[in-house]
Design a protein around this ligand. Structure first.
Ligand code: LLP
Length: 452
């Protein structure tokens, strides 16, 4: 391979200069956070998740700077389902974020990272007794109850444990947002939340919560979808939520302190994605809330949002080694040493990604490849019809924008080991999650008899 005379193309320079990304090309090799991808893969192996720590921090700073109001308190609650590990939780702590958890496991890792439990919000449509007990034991400050059965169970648990906890009710506002459009629908069939229109059910739940000595009803929560670009969906959400809050306050004399609008802010996976900046998103939501509150003559103590993807996605990269290649009558396959086990999003949602050969940056992209993984599944495709330089076994394929919902949705299908995760910053790399080994995968195997 000859890299002599390779120059960074203007496209690459533009990409490197994009806000929140710190990638450059040095002698034809991609560097992330000042660390060469060749060095990363020779030190840590492949597949490898690489997070540009400074890019995560830029997103965190931007949310902190712009999600503010003079009229009410604000809190930004990171959705840990998008990507969580202790190193990530440390960053969130440093920047004063709250944390959205949806399971005992996410709670456990938060506790392990000494995440302040006052800022942990426990979501989920089917929390178990054990998970709720764990949350109360750990001192988790706020539970977002999803349905009336959960509400009754939580009252029961809090009474038995004599532990106080704040409660919000998740409502389904009838605003559904898909990638490029939003719809307002009368269809209330989501598995999440109680229908915002079902006033009796909401009143019943609030009454139940208020009857408990230990539970304090704080307000309403909604989440309308993910990878949303059209901010009018949030305008519609805010209008609906504030209308309902007004009714609850004025007609039913219920105190509503907090409103949580969920997450879902879109990111750039490919050049067709044109997300609004964090500044624009935050300012628009804050301005709309302020305007609606004023128009309805209402005060709110606190407004929250729950971004996940928009913090983690674009800071993350996956590095693979290219293995075999194969031509069929219509397709040139390029096989990599991971696949749907570390990125299920193409198979599950037909998600689109961009990629490069990280050791051949700037070379002419002359071949159209379909990048496929190594799993026994025809659907194990990562990217279709992508132009790349002529590839050889041993090349490094980098897939961009894999920081959210890839590691967190990884599996051991075909008994593949889960990849390692590294954080890079200022020319240094640190492993934050070790690569799984075959021995790790044996740790739950047992031949003990169970007498039932
Ligand atoms: N809050 C709640 C209640 C949520 O359910 C979610 C995401 C978020 C916040 C964060 O949404 P974000 O800002 O990350 O879009 N696995 C799918 C995404 C599922 C999102 C589930 N809920 C994917 O890979 O696209």
């Amino acid at each position: 391979m000859n890299y002599c005379g390779l120059n960074q193309t203007s496209n690459e320079i533009n990409r490197a200069a994009e806000k929140g990304t710190h990638k450059t090309v040095n002698n034809g090799i991609l560097e992330i956070g000042g660390v060469s991808c060749e060095k990363l893969v020779s030190a840590c192996g492949t597949p490898l998740f690489v997070y540009d720590e400074a890019a995560i921090e830029e997103q965190l700073r931007s949310y902190k700077e712009h999600f503010r109001s003079d009229n009410f308190e604000t809190e930004i609650i990171y959705a840990s389902k998008s990507f969580t590990c202790i190193a990530m939780l440390q960053l969130l702590k440093k920047y004063g974020f709250g944390l959205d958890v949806v399971s005992g496991g996410e709670l456990h890792i938060a506790a392990h990272a000494d995440f302040p439990m006052d800022h942990v919000y426990f979501h989920g449509n089917n929390k178990t007794w054990d998970e709720l007990e764990l949350a109360l034991n750990l001192g988790c400050k706020t539970i977002i109850v999803d349905n009336d059965m959960e509400c009754r169970m939580l009252v029961d648990i809090a009474e038995r444990m004599k532990k106080p906890v704040n409660v919000m009710i998740r409502v389904n506002p009838g605003v559904t947002a898909h990638t490029h459009k939003y719809i307002i629908t009368g269809d209330m069939d989501s598995k999440f939340g109680v229908a915002l229109n079902d006033e009796n059910l909401i009143l019943g739940m609030i009454g139940l919560l208020q009857s408990s000595r230990y539970l304090s009803f704080e307000g309403l929560h909604a989440h309308i979808g993910s990878q949303i670009f059209d901010l009018r969906a949030y305008d519609a959400l805010i209008e609906r939520m504030i209308k309902r809050i007004k009714k609850l306050i004025t007609e039913h004399k219920i105190e509503i302190k907090a409103l949580d609008l969920g997450g879902g802010f879109g990111v750039r996976y490919t050049e067709d994605d044109k997300p609004k900046s964090i500044r624009e998103v935050c300012q628009r939501i804050i301005a709309k809330c302020e305007a609606e509150l004023k128009a309805n003559d209402l005060c709110l103590h606190k407004l929250m949002i729950e971004p996940g993807r928009s913090i983690a996605a674009e800071a993350g990269y996956t590095l693979y080694r290219v293995g075999f290649m194969k031509r069929t009558p219509n397709v040139s396959y390029l096989f990599v040493d991971g696949g749907m086990t570390d990125n299920i999003r193409k198979a599950l949602y037909d998600a689109l990604y961009e990629c490069d050969l990280a050791n051949k940056m700037g070379l002419k992209k002359s071949v159209k490849y379909t990048v496929a993984g190594k799993c026994c599944e025809s659907g194990d495709i990562l990217i279709e019809n992508v132009m790349l330089p002529e590839a050889e076994p041993g090349d490094i394929l980098v897939v961009y924008g894999t920081g959210a919902y890839c590691y967190s949705m990884a599996s051991n299908y075909n008994r593949l080991n889960k990849p390692a995760v590294v954080f890079v910053k200022d020319g240094k790399a640190r492993i934050v999650i070790k690569r799984e080994s075959y021995t790790d995968q044996l740790r739950f195997e047992t031949d003990k008899e169970v007498i039932v």
